[in-house]
Design a protein around this ligand. Structure first.
Ligand code: GDP
Length: 444
């Protein structure tokens, strides 16, 4: 995941000051020296760093902070607010034209992830906002770009407009918009051509498309892994075209994060979305505050909740609650739960969104063994209906049969049975069902 080094350093730094009962100017100065180094090392533009350090320092040594009852925490609050501000403050919205279709031009250098992002954005617009986009293949120079978009369209069951590679991109855009009106597509996403470097011919063509299609948004797709280069690319595209937003891709890689922290400030263009993988659902709206919170180790509970809401069936959740309350939780419910959690994405990513997760030693290097979960699922699936409800029936010979059926081992089956037993005990205690638990007035 991106930002790891930066997050580690910043968290260590603010940790030192957070708990202090008294903070003086020298403490703030020392902290800011560390913050500055951490940002520079994360490849944040030096002008941005200078400005940031100045702002935080001024506010942090201000009366209301140092004289407050919890100066350490106040200083951390200032750092968080300024970090949020640096990345754009509020989350910015995507335009909706009152004369549909809303036209979005996707621009960027080759390899940044433009075509992939066009597909992802269309998917998000449909899934989250209930829109019906038309994808437009206007990259006629890169061999296979048209085919790539058509394949994505097929995969998403979405229409793709293409006139091959012999018609000019300007003409393609024009006809595509007319077609969208005819077919009632409310968004038109134009996948324009990229180059290896910013060049005049490319810019001229993009300007022509802009003039003709009068886009509501021009999104620049940049690769977060390229750091300062991404910032430079954003600067020149913005000068020439006037961008309305940036999509930062490959934030799932181990980028140091400099681009994310500098782009807004250098180009005054908001980051609107971030790409977090190659799959079509790996695009998320960018929330500066949540990102700041994540970098500072305060967790990202809101995203976690949203993920849960999007993936967890509410009816099932209620049913489950009831089962826990009445201690009727079976292996079938357990299997269901595993499935629901899995739908939220890789477990280690989910864990990292929890507040304080960074303090769990070794979490950064943790690779949750998805294989182990698959084993657990296989074991449960090898149980009979009755066994799932009454695991106490599972004697030695049944254990052998289950191990064999699931391709696991008897010790693994034993471990799962024991864990399940413990879990049930805990549930009973939590709901005060067990007489023992009641006497003690709750759970331990
Ligand atoms: P284009 O030349 O800008 O149209 O780039 P493509 O859309 O063809 O993407 C280039 C490569 O980057 C492809 O292999 C994509 O799968 C990959 N890619 C795009 N976005 C992301 C992302 O957010 N994360 C990761 N890991 N890979 C991405």
């Amino acid at each position: 995941m991106a930002f790891e080094g930066l997050a580690d350093r910043l968290q260590n730094t603010i940790q030192k000051i957070r708990g202090k009962g008294k903070v003086n100017e020298a403490d703030v100065k020392e902290m800011m020296r560390d913050v500055k180094l951490a940002l520079l090392e994360a490849d944040v533009n030096f002008k941005v760093v200078r400005e940031f350090v100045k702002k935080v320092s001024e506010r942090a040594v201000g009366q209301e902070v140092l004289k407050s009852l919890t100066p350490g925490q106040q200083v951390v609050k200032v750092v968080k607010e300024e970090l949020t501000d640096l990345m754009g403050g509020e989350q910015s919205k995507i335009a909706v034209s009152n004369r549909p279709p809303t036209v979005i031009m996707m621009v960027g250098l080759q390899g940044a992830g433009k075509t992939t992002t066009t597909g992802k954005l269309a998917n998000l617009l449909r899934k989250k906002y209930n829109r019906s986009p038309l994808l437009v293949a206007a990259d006629i120079y890169r061999p296979a770009a048209i085919k790539q978009l058509e394949t994505l369209g097929k995969q998403l069951s979405m229409p793709v407009f293409s006139l091959g590679d012999q018609v000019s991109p300007v003409e393609i855009a024009k006809q595509a918009i007319a077609k969208a009106k005819e077919d009632h597509n409310d968004y038109v996403l134009i996948d324009t051509a990229g180059r290896l470097h910013v060049d005049e011919a490319l810019m001229d063509e993009l300007k022509q498309i802009k003039e003709l299609s009068n886009p509501d948004e021009i999104f620049l797709v940049v690769d977060a892994m390229t750091g300062q280069d991404a910032v430079n690319v954003a600067e020149s595209f913005n000068e020439q075209l006037g961008l309305t937003g940036v999509v930062l891709t490959k934030l799932d890689g181990d980028t140091r994060g400099g681009a994310a922290l500098s782009i807004r400030s250098v180009t005054n263009t908001p980051i609107k979305f971030v790409g977090l993988g190659e799959k079509m659902d790996a695009l998320e709206p960018f929330h500066p505050e949540r990102m700041a919170s994540r970098i500072l180790g305060m967790g990202d509970v809101l995203t976690l909740i949203e993920k849960a809401q999007a993936n967890v069936d509410e009816e099932k959740a209620k049913e489950l609650q009831q089962k826990i309350r009445t201690a009727n939780f079976t292996f079938d419910d357990f299997l269901d739960q595993l499935g629901q959690v899995r739908k939220m994405g890789p477990l280690e990513d989910i864990l990292k969104m929890m507040p304080g997760a960074n303090k769990i030693k070794g979490l950064n290097n943790l690779q949750i063994d998805e294989k182990q979960i698959t084993h657990v699922e296989a074991i449960i699936q090898s149980m009979t209906k009755e066994e799932k409800i009454h695991p106490e029936l599972i004697n030695a010979s049944r254990r052998r049969r289950i191990a064999k059926g699931s391709g696991t081992s008897v010790p693994e089956v034993n471990r799962l049975l024991k864990q399940f037993e413990d879990m049930k005990k805990m549930m009973k205690q939590m709901t005060g069902m067990s007489p023992k638990g009641k006497k003690k007035g709750g759970f331990k």
